[in-house]
Design a protein. Sequence first.
Length: 317
Amino acid sequence: MRVPAKLFRKLATRKWAVGLVSILLAGVLIGATVISTLPIVQSYTTAALPTVTGLLAQVTDGMRGLWWRGLGTWQKLVGYCNVRDFGALGVGTDDTAAIQAAITNCQANEVYVPKGTYLLDGAGTELLLISNQIKLVGSGFLNTNLSVKSTVGATVDVIRLYRSSSAFEGVDIRDLSIQAQSGTPARHAIAIDTTTYGISKVNISRVYLGVLGGRGIYANNPTPIQDGFYSSKIHDSQIYNGIQIVNGGDTLNISDSVLRGSNAGIEASFVCLPICGNRNFVVSGNNISHVGGALKLGANNWGTKILHNEIEGIAGD
């Protein structure tokens, strides 16, 4: 059986093709090199990977998945990591450590969370920490549920974006839900912490953020630093208990979402470093129904655009 390198790589980047690639037995043509004896894929730890050119291997620790050794280096054939490869089960038992391991080891890649209920538990500042470019992607918010254990403390965020050493960008969270196991545990569903350095190019879409102890999304820039949280989008989602941005930066967009619950639907203030004003904060196409009002704008909100939102009144508005 001969598979040209171009086709081999194309197959290997498709989720449905992992199994096909992993059972190639012999006679595989990669470029001009014929591998005449390719066994069924063997499993190795990262430290034990052999130096055989053309070998396929299933890595069982670190950045797990299917790898191929060509041109003297090991290359991951599939451009995503599955949390199941890190030990997550998705059956309602504690998967916190497994999901965090996937996030930590798959920087700049996609972390895929298949259909299931993944219980999150723990103490400290957050349950899951994101500190590098990454895509955290479920199979749809009706299918992939991050379930926050009912006993998680009121000062613990579920997902926290933060890095202490430098600014970073490029976080994509989509197609999943974050909901309480019961009650109102934890604090914010997604916390964007720019206490030390800025975070930009964040995309949060097609998520369902249920009722917890704090906000659905909370972006904090307490010092403040210039920019902080900027050039980012929150869209096509259903979010409970509001979105709050403290000392935000430029070019933030909240659109096409359903906002419900306590607090204000959207509450935002902006930095004044070195020029005051947010310059392009857009709120458009949302359906907002909140006990604390639809929209509260704090300091330096010049340049805000509010377009085509439906604001539904409830008692307390």
